[in-house]
Design a protein around this ligand. Structure first.
Ligand code: XUL
Ligand code: CO
Length: 446
């Protein structure tokens, strides 16, 4: 693992523009370009995930590793291998030229024979990451703990029927939350790995919800205890790996947080392919989270409309993403969040350079979506028409209903007197869709 892992790419990836024939150049993404008065890089806050891109060998349920990832060789000393992986990771990140990365504890640091050994491994790895961050200027968007790969978590972590597993998971999250804090992480993510069920025949739903709520209270309490200022994020997903995941979608998680008095402590990390697995558009999930002030961060990827699982492909559709980006931008953009590429190469994309092509395409897709969203905001047409549609609610009648002044009796009396006699109006969907398309197409002009 000596030397460079990506010797053919000098980096950082330059901006080449739409006429560039260079596959190692961005066609749209220009970090310093001002969009809506802010640098593109500061709007998008792009992160690379270490799990799919550096800790997954390209295996699937039918076949073994296809990728060349020398640090995954089980014959190597695990800590030596971990250091080799970090060299490749930071070479990649610096050459790609993005500001952030994200990782699980187990993506970077091996489990030892005891928890004490696991902790020592993580401490040493975090020290090595600190060195790489100081050298390169890269930052941690979020950290998280892997509470789903080890067999001890087969029946869940916080929702496990065995409280010893709960305790073990608590120790692991404490350790990774502290590591994230030490590295200046801007968020800490809890994706409900195997918090769900395979069969209701052996599952106590009420008990498992109470356990999960207790776990999340403990995490929030510890966050404040150590002075971590980042945002705690829950990542909804409806199924996979379990048949039914408790953090099904935005609406489910919002209800759970409210029922369990946790809503002030957590925001949401939304993933495109999780939204579509739940039968929603990504636009829906983003808009719903924003409507409740709960959008924290995004895992950017895409599914495949022809199959129903989490394919985690790199985003490549501006049509699909620009409305979600529009919602985020009209709400004022990210604070601690960003766009993390929770994305997998296809198993046949086995050249080292394929990691560059995949991320370059995904980042350009986000950049183009940002330009389209900015056009929608600058034209103001969508917001003008939306405001017009609800104008009645800012008038006397609307205000008297919402304030509680107008009782049913009063309203009924006015309707009976013929004073109120509403006429149906057009929702103007096609006109609005035309406005969206016009801005997407116009954004190609540069
Ligand atoms: C799984 C998934 C995770 C989380 C982090 O579908 O999205 O990688 O993002 O645990
Ligand atoms: Co994710």
């Amino acid at each position: 693992m000596e030397g460079q892992f990506f010797p053919d790419v000098p980096g950082p990836i330059p901006f080449g523009g739409l006429d560039s024939g260079d596959p190692f150049a961005f066609k749209v993404y220009q970090p310093d370009r001002l969009v809506l008065g802010k640098r593109m890089e500061d709007h998008l806050r792009i992160a690379v995930c270490l799990w799919h891109s550096f800790s997954w060998p390209g295996s699937d349920v039918f076949g073994s590793a296809t990728f060349d990832r020398p640090w995954l060789d089980p014959r190597l000393d695990p800590m030596l291998a971990a250091r080799g992986r970090l060299d490749a990771v930071f070479e990649f990140l610096s050459k790609l030229g993005v500001p952030f990365f994200c990782f699980h504890d187990r993506d970077v640091s091996p489990e030892g024979r005891t928890f004490a050994e696991t902790q020592a491994n993580l401490d040493a790895t975090v020290a090595a990451i600190e060195g790489h961050m100081a050298r390169t200027g890269l930052k941690l968007l979020w950290g998280t703990a892997n509470l789903f790969s080890h067999p001890r978590y087969a029946a869940g972590a916080a929702t496990n029927p065995d409280p010893e597993v709960f305790a073990f998971a608590a120790a692991q999250v404490k350790s990774m939350l502290e590591a994230t804090h030490r590295l200046g992480g801007q968020n800490y993510v809890l994706w409900g790995g195997r918090e769900g069920y395979e069969t209701l025949l052996n599952t106590d739903l009420a008990r498992e919800e109470a356990q999960l709520a207790r776990f999340l209270h403990l995490v929030a309490e510890h966050k404040h205890r150590i002075g971590f200022k980042g945002t705690l994020l829950i990542e909804p997903k409806p199924q996979e790996p379990t048949k039914h995941q408790y953090d099904y979608d935005v609406a489910t998680v919002l209800g759970f947080l409210q029922r369990n008095k946790l809503e002030g402590e957590y925001q949401l990390n939304l993933e495109v392919n999780h939204a579509t697995l739940a039968g929603h558009s990504f636009h829906h999930e983003v808009a719903l989270a924003l409507a409740h002030g709960m959008l924290g961060s995004i895992d950017a990827n895409r599914g495949d409309v022809q199959n129903g699982w989490d394919t985690d492909q790199f985003p490549n559709s501006v049509d699909e993403l620009s409305l979600a980006v529009y919602e985020i931008m009209r709400a004022g953009g990210f604070t601690t969040g960003g766009f993390n590429f929770d994305t997998k190469l296809r198993r046949q994309s086995m050249d080292h350079d394929d990691l560059f092509h995949a991320h370059i395409g995904g980042i350009d897709t986000l950049a183009q979506s940002l330009l389209a969203a900015a056009g929608m905001i600058e034209s103001g047409e969508l917001e003008r028409l939306r405001a017009e549609r609800y104008a009645g609610w800012t008038g006397a009648l609307g205000r008297s209903i919402l304030s509680g002044d107008a009782l049913l009796e009063v309203l009924a009396g006015r309707v009976l007197a013929g004073e109120i006699d509403p006429k149906p109006v057009s929702g103007r969907q096609e006109r609005l869709e035309n406005v969206v398309n016009q801005q997407i197409w116009a954004s190609n002009r540069g």
